[in-house]
Design a protein around this ligand. Structure first.
Ligand SMILES: Cc1cc2nc3c(=O)[nH]c(=O)nc-3n(C[C@H](O)[C@H](O)[C@H](O)COP(=O)(O)OP(=O)(O)OC[C@H]3O[C@@H](n4cnc5c(N)ncnc54)[C@H](O)[C@@H]3O)c2cc1C
Length: 477
């Protein structure tokens, strides 16, 4: 076993795997779990495949789209989203604010009149001046939509007061219907194709894990070590120490582990960087996996639940993402429950409460047989958008950058990244390392060799353009 690598990559989620794929030098991936893939993993139990929280494929980026195609080949299919909200005993189409048709009349009245009042009062405001997510909700949609869905749902998801959250993350994530659309959506059934993921892809076979399996074909998997948790990092000695005590040297480190965890594990880090790491907040998700012996219970892909008497805030219907996610004539759900810190139910209690809530919302009948009931905890699920976070992240990244530590991905950049963004983030780190190495080689080549070097593009636009080819120069595929 080698004891020194040019680049060590911590974490084998989509960011780490993408960084490895795009790197032009030797690397070792260290992964603490027994399986590679991070949050893109799935597990299969008795013929039911469950993702680590509901996952679908969508992107606005052409390179990410090509990577999805390369990873999945023809093992993918596309569908029109069936996303719904459930409140007052009624299913309404997602997004709630544009689809109140079908709700009790007084709820529709609250939503439409509240929105009209907000529009007349704040319609000319620049939302950038709003201090919090809560203020943004009330001033954009009014108190009816806020009270009946936006506030309770988001409170259940984020588990922090919405007055403590920023709203700079909403654009491109939360559909923003116009006033006319909100009124239309109160009068008649709304339109389905609103928002960024109205048309989405999903692997036909293998669950979202099929993406992870795609990476296995593109990478040298002997360079991935699982069950290898990085416990400590010495910037001075350029070494990581694993939980087992083993030490491995590196020249550069690409970390996808959560920023606060990374900062805690670096020896002799300045107090101001430590404090910046500790100031970052996140939410965790408990996923309860349920397999039932009855098929065709719902045609929906996922459903949002704002009401407090239900255990989960969202159900993802795995079997409607792909029929191969379950045995024939069965149904398969992932219930998502947010938590923070240790304030979370045990597996047994969570399963019992999920089954009871599934019956309440009509996704399970008392006579349905439960063929699978299990749960996984995702300690890092969502980074909480707060105004102070950008300065904290900048301070940490600047400090680590000086030491050739690249911190990337959803939790390394502490950003609301999906799988596409994560793949691009890993690529950016690899591109930066490749470019640095190229410059270093040119600078250290003998003068005569330098003269005979072909001209190389150094302006960022040309380098970026060159980096958009999917074909790896090393021919690893
Ligand atoms: C509820 C939920 C729903 C989502 N839905 C979607 C969706 O529909 N579509 C979509 O595209 N994306 C979705 N995402 C986002 C997607 O899962 C992430 O963007 C992506 O997995 C992030 O990849 P990553 O590699 O940056 O991090 P991760 O996937 O978290 O990978 C990080 C890896 O680092 C490892 N690690 C951490 N610490 C150490 C250590 N000390 N030593 C060694 N290894 C370590 C972890 O075990 C993990 O394998 C969702 C996420 C959540 C939470």
């Amino acid at each position: 076993m080698r004891s020194e690598y040019s680049t060590i990559i911590v974490g084998s989620g989509p960011t780490g795997l993408s960084a490895a794929y795009h790197l032009d030098e030797d690397y070792l991936i260290l992964e603490k779990e027994a399986q590679i893939g991070g949050l893109n993993r799935s597990i299969t139990i008795n013929g039911f495949t469950f993702d680590h929280a509901g996952h679908i494929l969508f992107t606005n980026d052409e390179y990410a789209r090509q990577m999805f195609n390369r990873l999945l080949g023809d093992n993918v299919h596309y569908q029109l989203r069936e996303a719904w909200c459930y409140q007052c005993g009624v299913h309404t189409m997602y997004p709630f604010q544009a689809n109140t048709y079908g709700l009790p009349r007084e709820v529709i009245r609250d939503c439409v009149s509240g929105m009209a009042r907000a529009y007349l009062k704040y319609g000319d405001d620049d939302p950038k001046s709003y201090r919090s997510f809560e203020e943004w909700i009330y001033k954009t949609y009014g108190d009816g939509i806020a009270r009946h869905f936006m506030v309770p749902y988001n409170q259940r998801l984020w588990k922090v007061p919405l007055s403590e959250m920023s709203h700079d993350w909403l654009s491109g994530r939360v559909p923003m219907p116009k006033v006319e659309e909100i009124i239309e959506g109160a009068i008649r059934p709304g339109i389905k194709n609103m928002g960024p993921n109205a048309h989405f892809g999903y692997p036909l076979r293998g669950g979202f894990q099929a993406l992870v399996d795609g990476w296995r074909n593109l990478l040298d998997v002997s360079q991935v070590r699982t069950r290898s948790e990085v416990a400590c990092i010495s910037l001075q000695k350029r070494r990581v120490v694993l939980q087992s005590g083993e030490e491995i040297g590196f020249r550069r480190l690409v970390s996808t582990m959560p920023l606060p965890e990374l900062v805690r594990r670096i020896e002799n880090i300045p107090q101001r960087i430590r404090d910046a790491g500790e100031s970052l907040n996140h939410t965790s998700i408990l996923c309860v996996f349920i397999g039932l012996d009855r098929g065709n219970i719902t045609d929906k892909h996922w459903i949002y639940y704002p009401e407090l008497d239900l255990f989960f805030h969202r159900i993802f219907v795995q079997g409607n993402a792909s029929p191969f996610n379950q045995p024939p004539n069965c149904s398969n759900y992932i219930a998502e429950i947010s938590y923070r810190g240790s304030n979370v139910a045990s597996k047994d209690v969570a399963i019992e409460k999920t089954l009871a809530s599934l019956e309440k919302v009509g996704l399970k009948a008392p006579h349905d047989r439960v063929l699978v009931a299990d749960a996984v905890y995702l300690p890092y699920a969502y980074v909480i958008p707060q105004w102070h976070k950008d300065a904290a992240i900048r301070a940490i990244k600047d400090f680590l950058g000086e030491h050739d530590i690249y911190t990337v991905g959803r939790f390394g950049e502490w950003a609301y990244y999906n799988t596409d963004h994560s793949i691009l983030s890993g690529k950016r780190a690899a591109d930066a390392i490749n470019e640095k190495q190229r410059k270093h080689r040119v600078a250290s080549a003998p003068r005569s060799a330098k003269r005979s070097q072909p001209a190389v593009a150094t302006d960022p636009a040309t380098v970026r353009a060159a980096g958009t080819s999917l074909d790896r120069p090393g021919g690893r595929t």
